[in-house]
Write a new protein. Structure first.
Length: 258
């Protein structure tokens, strides 16, 4: 039916669902009226970037006004920022798996309560590229962990739950086709590696701790490249797993920065 799914039987027993970190709720807000026509959700780490993206979409869609006064729907919370431009929702998710996971749980429930249908979610932002030209855009086909496996492992109570991280292949090809209209950004499809840390987890030598040599780092990155990895960041496996399980057509697109 295209509806956004929730896979939690306990929600049906709740008198009210409070989306605490978004400053929204099923009793305090009319979520179908506010969000029922949303078709695209774009998420990224920085609140300022997502505000700028919402303003950009406002202009591109030809909406009334200049979009400069776009309102933060989550202004009552200091965790995330949310803006909308017509059918496009723009939300920040912070850095790392824990931060994006909290936001996605509440976003998915929001879209479910609002009775949204056929929603596409795209994660945009920056990443560390691997063997590609600086300024390239990587469209993720599969999110992989630090062992280059397409999986997201999460400890639930005392069980290790493993979930798939496959992303929508048709959407990847569609985005790649769109990229041909913008010659300034080299674009490719590849695997994205998700780590739990910015420094040691991504092979950087300049953190407060470093337990490996430069030679070991380079050998690891060569193996990652040979496994199909073209960029590295800290959210993609959780993003892919949650979106896939809840019926969201999802994709990650990241710029490679030096």
């Amino acid at each position: 039916s295209g509806l956004v799914l929730v896979k939690n039987p306990h929600l049906d027993l709740m008198e009210e669902d409070i989306l605490y970190h978004l400053d929204l709720g099923t009793k305090t807000h009319n979520l179908p009226a506010m969000f029922g026509d949303i078709k695209f959700v774009c998420v990224g780490g920085s609140p300022n970037r997502m505000r700028a993206f919402a303003q950009f979409m406002h202009r591109e869609l030809g909406l009334a006004g200049d979009g400069e006064d776009v309102a933060d729907i989550c202004a009552g919370s200091d965790r995330y920022a949310m803006y909308r431009a017509g059918p496009v929702l723009s939300i920040s998710h912070g850095m790392g798996i824990p931060s994006i996971s909290i936001m996605l749980h509440e976003l998915i429930k929001l879209l479910h309560h609002a009775k949204c249908r056929d929603v596409t979610i795209i994660r945009i932002g920056t990443s560390g590229g691997l063997g590609i030209e600086a300024g390239s855009v990587v469209i993720t086909d599969t999110a992989v962990d630090s062992s280059f496996q397409p999986r997201f492992e999460q400890v639930v109570l005392d069980d290790v739950v493993v979930r798939s991280t496959e992303l929508d292949k048709d959407l990847a090809e569609e985005l790649l086709a769109c990229s041909r209209e913008i010659p300034d950004f080299p674009t490719l499809i590849g695997h994205t590696m998700c780590t739990y840390d910015f420094y040691e987890g991504q092979g950087r030598l300049d953190g407060a701790l470093c337990s490996f040599s430069n030679e070991k780092k380079l050998e690891y990155l060569r193996r990652a490249y040979d496994a199909g990895v073209r960029n590295i960041e800290m959210e993609s496996t959780a993003f892919a797993a949650l979106c896939g399980l809840c019926g969201l057509k999802g994709k990650s697109c990241r710029f490679h920065l030096l």
